[in-house]
Design a protein around this ligand. Structure first.
Ligand SMILES: Nc1nc2c(ncn2[C@@H]2O[C@H](COP(=O)(O)OP(=O)(O)OP(=O)(O)O)[C@@H](O)[C@H]2O)c(=O)[nH]1
Ligand SMILES: [Mg+2]
Length: 394
């Protein structure tokens, strides 16, 4: 995940800091402007050439004392010596670029740089395009921009540390895009301890990964010694019940099912009754995939939620669909108020835009990432891991 974005981000940050440092040489308050620096370099060169062309020392009139001659020659030699030293200093410095060398020699007073707002806007464009290309939502980009602006514009930035400052701010900004999550299995344990099964309803558009995620979640809860029953509340699609039955058989859990076309809320209700009667810890409710634009199907989902009163309504989004996934999450959240997000197919998503944006846009936590088609391919989500994957870790 983030493979593509990480590479691009690294390039953009380097370009940003490089160009911001160029600004320093052009606008340095105490140092020379780029024009001045070039002019001074030319003057120095001219002087060197003049010296080389000068004929050998004129013959000294015999009447003049040796001390006088020495006194006259000494300052010139000293001057030459000093110039030589200065040149050596320039040569010794590590690769700083031509303008960098000139400024640091002419004046050491310039130790900080400032980026004007206009320059920032110009430089941010590069980053903005990269984020847009990687499906990061506009709201998230606006936040990143505001954070960077607040930390960089007209702030004294230590020379040579501009890149570090950009990275640090970006790191903090990206971390701030995630609503903090919770440990779902611990919450389930708490609810089940009160002699009631925890009810978790899974929603999302067609094919986003709901049924597969339910199977993975069943395995994860079983691994944590929790008992599960699954409700086949997707009564809409012909193969849905069959698909769930296969998973339930493989995992050794009970599936509560009705016929195709039955009331999905009734299936969920029956599963809850079964769980209560059999000391089951968690009821996982599968639902039919639906487009957020389908008013009737969204209304049906609201009904299931009203009847089943799930403790958690989890939105399953397809990481790879980027901005569409974020938009769907927003709409499902508006319809039933989701409690968390699982991004499936993170293993095939190179951009990561949905992962970066969806929590910020909905103000809900990402709980897990689906990382494959196997039962163990469910990874707890971590903001630190995202920052690290983006190459922004400290
Ligand atoms: N690579 C990968 N594939 C996944 C992941 N999760 C689900 N899939 C695949 O995505 C396809 C659709 O998954 P389902 O679980 O059937 O999706 P659904 O949301 O239940 O679909 P509907 O019931 O039709 O709405 C299947 O082929 C899954 O194997 C994942 O994390 N990674
Ligand atoms: Mg399904």
């Amino acid at each position: 995940m983030f493979g593509f974005l990480k590479k691009k981000l690294g390039e953009v940050i380097s370009r940003f800091s490089e160009k911001a440092t160029e600004t320093l040489v052009e606008r340095g308050s105490t140092g020379p402007s780029r024009k001045e620096a070039t002019w001074e370099a030319k003057e120095e060169k001219k002087e060197e050439l003049k010296e080389e062309k000068q004929p050998a020392a004129k013959p000294v009139p015999a009447a003049r004392k040796a001390e006088e001659v020495k006194a006259e020659v000494k300052p010139r030699e000293k001057e030459k010596e000093e110039k030589k030293e200065a040149k050596e200093v320039i040569r010794e410095e590590p690769k700083k670029g031509f303008f960098g060398r000139i400024t640091s020699t002419v004046t050491e007073a310039v130790t900080t740089t400032r980026i004007s707002e206009a320059r920032f806007e110009e430089l941010f464009l590069d980053l903005e395009i990269t984020l847009l290309e990687n499906n990061v939502a506009v709201e998230a980009i606006d936040k990143i921009k505001a954070d960077l602006k607040g930390s960089l514009v007209e702030k004294p930035l230590q020379r040579g540390k501009v890149e570090e400052a950009i990275r640090k701010t970006l790191r903090g900004s990206v971390e701030g895009l995630f609503t903090s999550g919770y440990d779902l299995k611990e919450k389930i344990k708490e609810i089940a301890a009160g002699k009631k099964p925890a009810k978790i309803m899974f929603v999302g558009i067609n094919g986003s990964g709901k049924t597969t995620t339910i199977a993975k979640m069943t395995k994860m809860l079983q691994d944590n010694k929790l008992k599960v029953v699954i409700a086949a509340s997707d009564t809409f699609r012909a193969a849905a019940i069959h698909q769930l039955q296969e998973h339930a058989d493989k995992l050794g859990v009970k599936l509560i099912k009705h016929d195709y076309g039955a009331d999905p809320a009734a299936v969920a209700f029956d599963a809850m009754k079964y769980a209560e009667a059999h000391g089951i810890d968690a009821v996982l409710i599968d639902t039919a995939g639906r487009l957020h634009s389908n008013v009737n199907l969204m209304a049906e989902m609201e009904k299931v939620a009203r009847v089943a009163k799930p403790d958690f309504k989890i939105f399953i989004g397809e990481a790879i669909t980027g901005n569409d996934c974020v938009e769907q999450a927003r709409k499902f959240n508006e319809a039933i108020g989701i409690d968390g997000i699982i991004l499936a197919k993170a293993d095939v998503d190179e951009k990561g835009g949905a992962a970066i944006s969806v929590s910020y846009v909905t103000n809900k936590p990402i709980l897990f990432l689906g990382t494959g088609q196997g039962y163990n391919d469910l990874m707890p989500f971590s903001a630190e891991a995202v920052v690290e994957s983006l190459g922004l870790a400290a």
